[in-house]
Design a protein around this ligand. Sequence first.
Ligand SMILES: C[S@@+](CC[C@H](N)C(=O)[O-])C[C@H]1O[C@@H](n2cnc3c(N)ncnc32)[C@H](O)[C@@H]1O
Length: 263
Amino acid sequence: MRVPAVNPSGVHFLRDRTVIAGLLRSARPDAGDLVLELGAGPGVLTAALAGTGARVVAVERDAAFAARLRRRFAHRPVTVVQDDLRRVRLPRRPFAVVANLPFATGTATLRRLLGDPGLRLRGADLLVEWGFARRLTRPVPRDAETAGWAARYQLRIARRVPPAAFSPAPRVAAAHLVVRPRELDRRTLPVLRALLADAYRRPAAPLTAVLAAHVPGGRAHRLARSTGIAPPVLAGAVPAAAWAELAAAVVVAEPAARARSIS
Ligand SMILES: C[S@@+](CC[C@H](N)C(=O)[O-])C[C@H]1O[C@@H](n2cnc3c(N)ncnc32)[C@H](O)[C@@H]1O
């Protein structure tokens, strides 16, 4: 297999069939589903995805790999897009992502996929650097951006993928990261954003103080309890999943909070 002359950290080709099978078992694409593969390389994963009957869009920056992919999949439902995955136009239709990401692009990719409320992402099954996956799946995220991703999407590690699963073997292990959208009413999104911005600005404040800024004072305690949180709890100690429930509860309890959060 031709490895680019410059092999920047993160460019490691999958060679373990059980890892590929695990990605497909988890993603379960149906025939006709739109699946985006980011960083397709020589097409090992692309071939497996095409075998499911899904419509695959394979994004690859390297010109030689892109040409090889076009030849290899000329008669399959695979569209090859030679572009940078950090800039490529993302579908507006519902789509899933299955990819062995270059490690160096993890944050940029997650930011694009999970940070844009306009995307209709059905799910993502990604191989990412192990430490990155561990940081993303902490119950209480360290920053508002990650908390926003984890509030809108369930993020979990399906398995640890050892360096030997790749060629050349990376210095560190990878993780199969599973991303699935939570059922969230669109009206909750601006409230969620406002709550998280507030909470991460003053993580040592009581949760009820943060909530009180978004609903009338007396109701903050009741609201916290309605999602199973018994005050006192600090804003910076609230799990990401609870923020999604809190935002939904704020919208139900106080529809006007929406207007306040947006303004
Ligand atoms: C980790 S390898 C995975 C290749 C293949 N999917 C596999 O699993 O064997 C990443 C691939 O992404 C490509 N790549 C690296 N940076 C990229 C970028 N910014 N945009 C698009 N492709 C990129 C590399 O050329 C390489 O083919």
